[in-house]
Design a protein around this ligand. Sequence first.
Ligand SMILES: Nc1ncnc2c1ncn2[C@@H]1O[C@H](COP(=O)(O)OP(=O)(O)OP(=O)(O)O)[C@@H](O)[C@H]1O
Ligand SMILES: [Mg+2]
Length: 217
Amino acid sequence: MKPLYEAHRPASWRDLVGQDKLVRRLSILRRRGLVGRVFWVTGDSGTGKTTVAKLIADEIADDYAVIEIDAQDLGIDRLRDFERMCQFKPIGKGCHVFIVNEAHGLSSKVVSKLQTVLEQSHVQRNSTWIFTTTFQGQKRLFDGVMDACPFMSRAIELTLEHGEDVVLAFAVRARQIAQQEQLDGQPLDVYVRLVRDCGCNMRKVLQRIESGEMLVD
Ligand SMILES: Nc1ncnc2c1ncn2[C@@H]1O[C@H](COP(=O)(O)OP(=O)(O)OP(=O)(O)O)[C@@H](O)[C@H]1O
Ligand SMILES: [Mg+2]
């Protein structure tokens, strides 16, 4: 059985809560298309970065054309492979999506190669790249070795929120899930406290609900 946080990973934009600003930005970008874009998704752990990446990927690519990789596993050879793959449109929705998690861990060599890869017309025509990171502030990125600006200026930054509005939205959703799973027994304000206590990390919240914390003793 999947853990609660996987079983309840938002399967549509409607299920993604507390991130209205980001959803609005995407709907504006969608008018001109999401293919050929480079996204740089930042936010605290468990606020929805990978979820957002997967939702974008779902819209424009078939499952088999989506590759998810950790930055530390992305070397120059792998990057060359990805570039070659982009010479062909995949059958179906016609786009490759590359999701690179922990993107602050990209080596400066790979970042510099990425700059040229992302400028290739076949890469822009046939793929979308989504980098996710908990790391805020670009100055010390990529070993602090190089100026990240040319690469970063190519990317559209999407930031996941974690303020008070998010706390409430997460608490409401967490309670709905707990009720659905027969794990609820507390009023909303206890969920609000739980979300705050978990630093808005929805994965942590759902883990604690799964372990029965919200059941009445
Ligand atoms: N905005 C959200 N709305 C609804 N559920 C969410 C949201 N954000 C996170 N979750 C829940 O938390 C789980 C973990 O979210 P996700 O993997 O997207 O976090 P992340 O930001 O990528 O975290 P990390 O930095 O640890 O990789 C999801 O599977 C989902 O169940
Ligand atoms: Mg993630």
